[in-house]
Design a protein around this ligand. Structure first.
Ligand code: LLP
Length: 414
């Protein structure tokens, strides 16, 4: 059995009872299924098998080193969005030639590090950034491989906060300025233009906008080739969504079928940068019931020992994550507010959820939390980062220990 499913009335991870693992390691706890990560990677990689491609995992979704090592072992490369993510990729064993460096607002120090390492490509966000990279590369006597991030003004039909390819968004260079920029890059001694890049947004389930974006990039690559700029790759970014409701899932085969026809015409290498698709369903957040109350005239509250500090997606994007009892008790479901312990009303993990009887100390799991979960955690209310456990190859192990109170105060000079 791979991934998360109920076995003999108990939630299990790759066949192992979640309750046993939580008893050993405490809560709040992030728990990952290695088998689910392998399955997701395999399904995406197979969908593109007929065309030369590289899967650059977007580290922003989850950059815990053991997870990165697992993905690297499967053949993944890396998409880093900051100096810290470049560092994570290197520590997990990725070669600089496997790293693409993306990001709006890269600092001079971060750019210099990427230039010095000789990463696969730096995705340029503006004319000014191109000039800065050129100067840094010339100062080092090297040539930096660069791609231009295109803002194609295409609506990916997703939540406004995670939509990135519209003209009003801060990302990329508006389409009509890209060809002139690429031609100018080819004349700069410190730069070698190698690609075009786009990232429309995240949690995309309708692949049609991705097909349009592929067409735009393919046309662009042809246009600049005719002007003498020979690119090597097209980077379609990430964005493929998962089934948070357990049903509406984007399909890797449909994704490949949508983008490949245009890409194939160019003959260029294809890069994709999936984050969520590879990790989201492979991780859960396990919490414990700290209190319950149901007074007449108020909702029934299930108060957990975990909340927005561990998983902020419901509060930030109105994201709906399924919430289940790890060992459901018999009895009728009751509409409930599943809330965390923080001093904020926004600290609600699930609103108006139908949940059966629960008692204090029962374990509760928030599903599909493997991507943009731990990485967005905070120490608000002086809470400690949770532990992370990975089940893989028939065993489970702590891949990040829970923060201690000493960890919390380590950097303070009192
Ligand atoms: N490449 C670039 C340039 C990106 O900006 C992103 C995500 C990805 C790849 C990976 O996208 P994915 O395949 O994961 O959709 N915190 C938000 C998601 C923010 C995504 C930002 N960029 C959330 O929890 O929904």
């Amino acid at each position: 059995m791979s991934g998360f499913a109920f076995l003999d009335g108990q939630l299990a991870c790759d066949g192992y009872p979640v309750a046993t693992i939580a008893r050993d390691h405490g809560t709040p706890l992030y728990l990952y299924s290695g088998a689910a990560i392998r399955a997701a990677y395999g399904s995406l990689d197979r969908a593109f098998a007929g065309y030369p491609h590289t899967v650059h995992f977007a580290l922003k979704a989850n950059s815990t080193l053991a997870i990165l090592r697992l993905l690297r072992g499967l053949g993944a490369s890396a998409d880093a969005n900051s100096g810290g993510e470049i560092e994570a990729a290197l520590r997990a064993g990725f070669d600089p030639s496997q790293i693409v460096f993306t990001g709006v607002g890269k600092t001079r120090d971060e750019l210099d590090r990427a230039v010095a390492l000789g990463v696969n490509a730096i995705n340029i966000e503006s004319d000014g950034e191109a000039d800065r990279i050129d100067a840094l590369a010339r100062a080092r006597g090297v040539t930096a491989r660069v791609a231009v991030r295109v803002n194609p003004d295409i609506d990916p039909n997703t939540h406004a906060h995670i939509s990135t390819g519209l003209r009003v968004n801060k990302f990329g260079v508006p389409l009509e300025f890209v060809a002139p920029l690429l031609r100018s890059l080819a004349r700069k001694p410190g730069l070698e233009p190698v690609g075009v890049h786009v990232h429309l947004g995240s949690q995309i389930v309708d692949v049609e906008p991705l097909a349009r974006a592929a067409r735009v990039l393919a046309d662009l690559a042809r246009e600049v080739r005719d002007a003498g700029v020979r690119l090597k790759h097209i980077d379609m970014g990430g964005g493929l969504g998962i089934a948070y409701d357990g049903v509406t899932m984007a399909d890797p085969a449909a994704y490949a079928a949508a983008v490949l026809p245009a890409i194939r015409e160019t003959g260029l290498h294809l890069i994709i940068e999936p984050g969520r698709f590879l990790l989201a369903a492979a991780g859960i957040l396990v919490g414990r019931v700290a209190d319950t109350k149901s007074y007449a005239g108020s909702p029934r509250f299930i108060v957990l020992d975990t909340g927005m500090t561990e998983l902020i997606r419901p509060m930030l994007y109105e994201a709906v994550h399924r919430i289940v009892a790890v060992a459901p008790r018999p009895g009728a479901d009751v509409e409930s507010e599943v809330v965390g312990p923080l001093c904020e009303t926004s600290d609600t993990l699930g609103h108006a959820r139908m949940i059966g009887p629960v008692e204090v100390d029962d374990l509760i799991a928030v599903l599909d939390a493997g991507a943009y979960g731990f990485v967005m955690a905070s120490n608000y209310n002086r809470r400690r980062f949770p532990a992370e456990v990975l089940v893989d190859d028939g065993q489970w192990r702590v891949i990040r220990r829970r923060q201690t109170y000493d960890d919390l105060f380590r950097n303070e000079q009192d």
